[in-house]
Design a binder for this molecule. Structure first.
Ligand SMILES: CSCCC(=O)C(=O)COP(=O)(O)O
Ligand SMILES: [Mg+2]
Length: 235
């Protein structure tokens, strides 16, 4: 099957899990309390705090929507638990901006990911990102990568506003958006990820899939095509 468009995950696929877990998440945890307290008048922050309170209520967590300190404590718990929830991801994106711009860190890229993203882009294959990180966080990530500004390689970005990454409906939503720009069918799209449940959901929606296995031996009988490097992806 030919591939007309590539949709890629970030953490564990183009970039190491360790950079996200050991650099970005601790930075967000360290700066979130002061950031929220000093931006209480910002509409974006107010919106994310309101959504945090709504989500908490839906999960049966008793938190007063006007109690900013309680919401901050909850958000810190969610960072520690690596919750992929939209209001947390949006706030993390806002907080990480300062870190990238101060050059406190640059986003990690696997060398093969940078090389092949550049090659595929040069050969005219549209590249898109689907990550739990907010679209803003994705743009910062690739804009301030250790390999320089890679943002021009991408034609577009999707985050959890289209749905959770382990649900087939999210990939159908992405396809609907992609079809507004490209003459493609689900089977023309290759989704790259390190997480089997995400690949299962993408396959259920009709996409081609490829499993990036970065820190372990390749499995014997994988349920998705498995590779350890972008260099081994056959288009
Ligand atoms: C792109 S921002 C940092 C990554 C992040 O917050 C995250 O949750 C990564 O999730 P992914 O879907 O890329 O595995
Ligand atoms: Mg991932």
């Amino acid at each position: 099957m030919t591939v007309k468009l590539i949709l890629t995950d970030i953490e564990g696929t183009t970039s190491s899990i360790s950079f996200v877990k050991d650099v970005l998440f601790p930075y967000a945890a360290q700066h979130l309390p002061d950031y929220v307290r000093s931006h209480l008048q910002d509409a974006q922050v107010q919106q994310q705090l309101a959504q945090t309170a709504q989500l908490a209520a839906a999960e049966g967590i008793d938190v007063d929507a006007t109690d900013h300190e309680a919401l901050i404590a909850l958000l810190l718990q969610w960072i520690a638990a690596d919750r992929k929830v939209t209001p947390l991801k949006a706030l993390q994106g806002l907080i990480w901006e300062a870190g990238y711009k101060n050059r406190d860190y640059a986003a990690h890229m696997y060398a093969d990911a940078t090389e092949y993203l550049q090659r595929w882009h040069a050969s005219g294959i549209p590249l898109y990102v689907y990550s739990s990180g907010s679209v803003q966080a994705q743009k910062l990530f690739f804009g301030y990568s250790q390999d320089g500004d890679l943002l021009p390689l991408f034609s577009g970005h999707f985050d959890t506003l289209v749905g959770a990454k382990r649900e087939a409906a999210s990939y159908r939503n992405i396809l609907t958006e992609l079809q507004k720009q490209h003459d493609i069918q689900a089977a023309d799209v290759l989704f790259l990820s390190d997480i089997i449940e995400e690949l299962d959901a993408a396959r259920e929606a009709g996409l081609q899939t490829c499993w990036l296995v970065r820190d372990a031996a390749l499995p014997q009988n994988p349920t998705h095509t498995a590779v350890s490097s972008f260099a081994d992806i056959v288009l």
